[in-house]
Every structure is written in structure tokens, then in C-alpha cells.
Design a protein around this ligand. Structure first.
Ligand SMILES: N[C@@H](CCC(=O)N[C@@H](CS)C(=O)NCC(=O)O)C(=O)O
Length: 448
């Protein structure tokens, strides 16, 4: 058994960026007990260790010092917060119910909505003939995992081979496979890709405005929402070459926030590894704060307007999709196509093996939706329902007092469908899911 936590990850993975930034922060704050070791999840470890322990090769996965195995970035954070409540990344449910729920909503938006335009950026600019292209960079970063330990050119070949064999990259537009099929399954194709890109730019513009005033989502200290945003922002929109150039050029404050939240480098004193001093009257160094908001979450459970605008993206774009997903999954679970307690699709990206007929075309686990005014179709992702259940648990705690409920109503009321969130338990009644490692099942007898 390891002495410290072990994070099995890839540098270029969306959810690894989220979990790693979180673990680094906890460790730096002395809130992660024995600390953690970052381990490259090579194909050998994925086959021999990750799949046997969790049922999935997906990264990140966490091995705790006591042998507990945790898969999915949100469960990794939940586990560590439970075991190490110090240096918490979540404001208290009684004292700051709005900030706590806002943090979960930003995480859900970042994990499950922005995943589409972020993946699109990586794979569009890797297709044959794109100008500019970051295909070489992308092959090299995947090759670092697939051909770990080989010389540079052999690593790149390993990446290039994977792109052809698994993703059919030369036929990305005519016969999409792998990651290209995943985009189509989530409603991103020739007709909608520009609308998805507009959605991403809208969010980046709002984040640029927010980070102009505050270092993090809730003020001067990171929270769950920040680590959630690292999913799309670190590997795909900051590290990948084409979107990474655009991020630096058009969204410099978001870029600075990525580096700050990742806890790397000294960043001109805007993070933890470099000090900011003025010269005192005697010529000595006098420390002064470098962080916004006194390095604390905003007082009095405040939700600044710039954060309300970001929550607006959640309610205007994603909430209608989640509502339809809840209805579609409820109908599926009650239908003859499903046995109560039986398995449901587990993956967000690409239809889950065995469920392709339901999750593609006009299948029973697909639904109509709209992005930027374009009507399209996408698959239901039961993992998103699991994430909503997690928020329902939080909502129960945060609305336990009349004051908490009133505060949340005030935060949610300005948004279309906002107060429907307060009825989440009712909306979930016919489609609650159970998670076992990477696998999802319907609840044998839906509650209610
Ligand atoms: N919901 C998961 C997603 C994990 C995930 O999808 N990881 C991707 C890389 S970022 C992956 O490993 N995909 C390969 C696979 O699913 O086999 C989380 O929060 O960690």
C-alpha cells in the first residue's frame, strides 16, 4: 500500500488537470495528510491496475494510502474533502449556502458542458489539412503516454498510430470514430460546431471579466468551482497549441488564473511561490498582499454580478439540456428496454459500449436540444444525473433553514428555470442512479 495518495493521470487529460490542481492546492495548504504522488497512467497500468480496480481505464484515478480506490474527479475531491476537512474547498452550507451551491454549479458546467467545445478545439485543429494545426503537438503529448520511455520520434509515432487506429483521424469528417464520434454523440457536428465555439467564447469573456476583479471564482481563495474550470481550461484551452495561443492573446486574465490555479511557477507573486514587497521607510522589505479579496472567499456569502453572469451560462444553455435528460432517462428506466437496477451508460464522451443503439441516432437515450438557436440531437449522459444527485444532497443541507432557502431563491431567481433547481429531488424521482466505480445503475426502486 502506498504511503501517500497516488494520482494516476495524464498531463493532457481534461479531468486530470482538475484533480491535480486540487491535490496540489490541498497539499500546499497542509490539508492532504501524507501528500500525493503523481503517476503517469501508462497503457500497462491502465490494463493491469486501473481497469481491475475501477472497471475503467479513464483517468484520473486515485489510490488512497488505506487502499481505497476512487474514480471520477468529483469523487476524488469528495473523498479527500471527507478525509481531510482542513483547507476545505467548499464554503460552509449554513454560513455560505449560495457560494457553496454556486461552486457545484460551476463544476457541473465545466465538467459536462464545456467538455464539448474544449474537446472540439483539440481535435478540430488536429484534423488533416487544418490551418493552423497543432497535430504534431497533440501526437507528441499522447505519445508521451502511449510510448512512455521511448525516444521522441518513437513517442510521436505511438501518438500518431493511436489517432489513426482509435480515432480514424483521416476520416474524422466522413466516418467519425472514437473522440470524433464522441463529439457527434454530444451534439457537436458540422451544423452546430460554430454555436459551440460561440458558447465557449461567451464563457471565456465572462471569466475574463470576473478574474479582472477576483483571483478565483469565490474571491481570493480557490474553491471547487475553480478546480472544475481547470478541466476545460488547463489541458485543452491552455496547453493545446492553437487554443492556447488564442487564450493567451485574447484572455490574458483567464490565462493568469490557469497558472495560478495550477500552482506552478512564481507568476509575479500572484500565487504562492513568490512574495510581493514594498520598501519601508528604512529601506526594509514590507510584505503586502498579492491576492484579491484578502486571500479569502468574499464575505457574507456574496455572489458578485460577474459570477451571476457565469451562472447565467449554466441556466440558459445547460439547464434545459439537463431537464430534458432527466425526462428522457426517467422514461427509459420505466420502459421495457431497461430492468430496474440494471446498468446504464457510464461514459460522458462517446456512447457507452453496449448502449450504442440507445445513445445514437434517434435512440431511446437521445433527445432534442438547442445550441445558439440551432436545433440538434444528443445522447443522455446518466453521469450528469449522478452529478445532479450530488447537488440535490447539497441543496437539502443548504436550504435546511428559512434563511438559507431565501438566500438561494434570491441567487437563482434571476436565471431562466433557476428556481426549478430547488425542486431537484422531485425531478430526480424517477431516474436516480447508483455509482459503483466507473459503472452506473438505475436504483432498483426509484424513491418517492
Ligand atoms: N467524469 C470523469 C471522466 C474521466 C474521463 O473521461 N477521462 C478521460 C480523459 S480526461 C479518459 O480517460 N478517457 C478515456 C476513456 O474513457 O477510456 C471524471 O470526472 O474524472
Amino acid at each position: 500500500m502506498p504511503d501517500a495518495y497516488r494520482l494516476y493521470s495524464w498531463e493532457h487529460s481534461y479531468f486530470s488537470g482538475k484533480a491535480r490542481a486540487y491535490l496540489r492546492y490541498k497539499q500546499r495548504m497542509g490539508g492532504l495528510g501524507p501528500g500525493f504522488e503523481d503517476v503517469l497512467a501508462t497503457p500497462e497500468l491502465a490494463m493491469g491496475l486501473l481497469i481491475p480496480r475501477s472497471g475503467s481505464p479513464a483517468v484520473p484515478q486515485l489510490e488512497a494510502p488505506d487502499g481505497t480506490w476512487v474514480q471520477d474527479s468529483s469523487e476524488i475531491i469528495d473523498h479527500c474533502e471527507r478525509v481531510h476537512p482542513e483547507a476545505s474547498v467548499l464554503p460552509d452550507a449554513d454560513a455560505a449556502p449560495c457560494q457553496r451551491i454556486a461552486s457545484y454549479l460551476v463544476e457541473l458546467l465545466a465538467d459536462e458542458w464545456v467538455v464539448v467545445p474544449a474537446f472540439w478545439q483539440r481535435w478540430y485543429f488536429s484534423e488533416d489539412g487544418r490551418e493552423p494545426s497543432h497535430r504534431a503537438f497533440n501526437e507528441q503529448q499522447w505519445g508521451a503516454v502511449m510510448g512512455a520511455g521511448l525516444a521522441g520520434p518513437a513517442r510521436r509515432l505511438a501518438g500518431a498510430g493511436l489517432f489513426e487506429q482509435m480515432f480514424g483521424i483521416s476520416k474524422a469528417r466522413t466516418a467519425p470514430q472514437g473522440t470524433y464520434a464522441g463529439l457527434v454523440h454530444l451534439g457537436c457536428d458540422d451544423r452546430t460546431e460554430h454555436a459551440w465555439q460561440a458558447s465557449q467564447h461567451r464563457l471565456l469573456g465572462l471569466l475574463e471579466a470576473h478574474f479582472g476583479q477576483h483571483d478565483y471564482v469565490l474571491g481570493g481563495r480557490p474553491s471547487l468551482g475553480d478546480f472544475g474550470l481547470m478541466g476545460p481550461l488547463y489541458a485543452h484551452l491552455y496547453r493545446d497549441a492553437v487554443p492556447g495561443f488564442a487564450l493567451r492573446v485574447f484572455f490574458p486574465l483567464v490565462t493568469e488564473w490557469v497558472e495560478r490555479t495550477n500552482g506552478e511557477g512564481c507568476l509575479n507573486a500572484r500565487t504562492y511561490d513568490q512574495k510581493l514587497y514594498s520598501l519601508g521607510p528604512e529601506g526594509g522589505l514590507v510584505g503586502r498582499p498579492a491576492s484579491s479579496d484578502g486571500a479569502a472567499w468574499l464575505p457574507d456569502d456574496a455572489i458578485p454580478e460577474t459570477l451571476q453572469s457565469i451562472l447565467g451560462v449554466f441556466f440558459e444553455e445547460f439547464w434545459p439540456v439537463l431537464r430534458t435528460s432527466l425526462e428522457t432517462l426517467t422514461a427509459f428506466v420505466a420502459s421495457d428496454a431497461h430492468t430496474p437496477g440494471g446498468e446504464l451508460p457510464g461514459k460522458t464522451f462517446t456512447a457507452t459500449h453496449g448502449f450504442e443503439a440507445h445513445q445514437t441516432g434517434e435512440g431511446a437515450l437521445t433527445h432534442a436540444f438547442e445550441i445558439g438557436g440551432v436545433a440538434a440531437r444528443r445522447m443522455v449522459v446518466p453521469y450528469q444525473i449522478w452529478m445532479l444527485q450530488r447537488i440535490a444532497d447539497e441543496l437539502r443541507a443548504c436550504t435546511a433553514t428559512p434563511e438559507g432557502r431565501a438566500a438561494l431563491e434570491a441567487m437563482l431567481a434571476p436565471h431562466p428555470g433557476g428556481t426549478e433547481l430547488l425542486a431537484l429531488d422531485d425531478l430526480l424521482r424517477g431516474c436516480r442512479v447508483r455509482k459503483e466505480g466507473a459503472r452506473l445503475f438505475s436504483e432498483a426502486s426509484p424513491s418517492g
